[in-house]
Design a protein around this ligand. Sequence first.
Ligand SMILES: Nc1ncnc2c1ncn2[C@@H]1O[C@H](COP(=O)(O)OP(=O)(O)OP(=O)(O)O)[C@@H](O)[C@H]1O
Length: 492
Amino acid sequence: MSEQNYKDFWDEALKEIHQDYINKGQENEFLIWFNMEYLEDNLTEIKVGVPSDFMWSRMVSMGYVSAIQSKIAQFTGRTINIVYTVKNNVQSPYSPSENKIQQNTPAAPVQAQEPVPQFTTSTSTSTSEVTESFTPQSSAPKQHPKLKEDYTFEKFVTGENSDFAYNVSLAVAKNPGKAYNPLLIYGGVGLGKTHLMQSIGNYIYAQKGESAKICYITAENFTNEFILATQEGPSSITRFKNKYRKLDVLLLDDIHFFKDKLGTQEEVFYTFEALEMMKAQMVFTCDRPVSELKGFSERLKSRCSKGMCLDLQPPNYETRCAIIQKKLSNMNKTIPQIDIDAVSYIAENVQTNVRDLEACLTKVLAFTEITGKPITLSNLQNLLRDQVSQVSTENITIDIVQKVVADYYNISVSDIKGKKRNNRVIVPRQIAIYIARQLGGFSYPQLGDDFGGRDHTTIMHSYNQVEDKIKTDSNFDSHIQTIIKLVKEYKK
Ligand SMILES: Nc1ncnc2c1ncn2[C@@H]1O[C@H](COP(=O)(O)OP(=O)(O)OP(=O)(O)O)[C@@H](O)[C@H]1O
C-alpha cells in the first residue's frame, strides 16, 4: 500500500465533518472521535492509525468510521474499507491536544494507562476490517451468529426496577416453551429490553447449541423480509413461512414497528399460532404496554399479551452506580479522577436510560485515555454537557417550569395555572407541580399560590399522582426525564 489515491478525499471528508461538528457546537466530540492518522491506501482500503483498540472499537460502533466512509463514497462513488493500526502519537490535523479540547484541567500527573481490553487485534501492529475489529480473542464458546455475546444474564445488572423482569427471563431461558409463553418485555428506550431478550437466546444456545433453532430478528427486518418474499412469489413465501414457523425460539424485537402494517401483522399472527402449536418459545419486546399499541389488530394484541408481560423501569441511582461499576469491571478499567467520584457524578446526572449512561462512560474513558489526565469536576461537566445540565437547580423558578411544560404539551401557561379541568391540561399541570417541587424544592403552599391559588392539599395530591405514575409507567417516566432536562437547559 503506497499510492495515496484517497488522501485528498480523506482530507476533504474530515474537513466537512469537522465543520458539521463545529456548527453543532460539538467540536470536542469531533476531536476525540476522529483522532485518526491517514497512513496509506490502495484501491479498496484506507489504513489509519488510531490511539488504541478501545478507541477504534468505539469509533466503529458509534458510527464515526462509517460517517467518513459515506462522505468518501459521496465523493468517489465507491465504498472504501477503512482498516486501522494502533499507533502512538497519532498525527492528525485534528488530534486532540490540551488547547484544542476545551477543558479546565489543572496540571496533574500523567496517569498510567489502563490496560486495553482483549481484542483479536490488540497489538500495535494490528490491522483489521471495520466489520471484524471487535472480535473477542479467547477461545470463547461458540456464539450464536445473530446474538450479541455481551447480552448475557451475567452482564445484566439488576435493581428494584428490573429484578422481576430478570428472574422471569431467566426462568424462561431455563425452561423454554414452558414457563411463560409468549414473554413480552416492554419499557422506554435503552432500558435493557434487547439485552434481556438476547440473554435468553444466548442462555438457550449455550445449553443446547445448534440443536436449538433460535432466531433473533427485529420487527423491521421481519417486515422487510416478508415484503420481499411476497414480491418474489409463492416459493419465497413458502421459504419465509418455513423459516419462521419451524423454530424453537423466536426473539422478535421492537414489535411496535408493526403499527399499521396489517399484512405483516397477519403473518406474525399465523407464525405465532404455528409456534404455539409446537410449544416454541416466543419473546417480544415493545416500547409500551400492549394495551397502548395503536394500529394493531385486536387478535394480535391479545396473543402478544397472553403470556407474561414485563415492565422494565429506568434504574434508580444505586442501580445506575452498579451498572457503571459493572461496565468498568467488564472492561477491566477504572476512571482516574481527582476530587470527584466520577461514577456517582455520572449516575446522579444521567437519569434517562442505560444507553445514555454507557455513552457518558465511553466519553469519559476516551478523554482520560487520550489526554492521559485524570478526570476533574470541571472537565466532567464539560464532557457531559449534553447530558448534564450546566444550570444549577438553584436558578430554577416555578415560572420556568410552567413555561417549559406548557411548551412541551403545546398549551399555554395560563392553562397550566388556570381552572380548566380537561385532561389536556390536568396532566401537564400535575407534571409542572411535580417538577417544580422536585427541582426547586418549593413548598406545597408556595406552589399552591403560583398555580392559580390552589389549596396545598390539591398540590400535594397532584404531586403524589405523578410520583405514583412514574413508578408504574416507564413511558411516562421517560417524558418526565425529558422535561426535567429541558427545564435544566432552559435559558431565558
Ligand atoms: N441492567 C443493565 N445492566 C447492564 N447493561 C444494561 C442494563 N440495561 C441496559 N443495559 C445496556 O444498555 C444498552 C441498551 O440496552 P438495550 O439495547 O437492551 O435497550 P432497549 O431497551 O432494547 O432499547 P431500545 O428500545 O432503544 O431498543 C445495552 O448496551 C445494554 O447492554
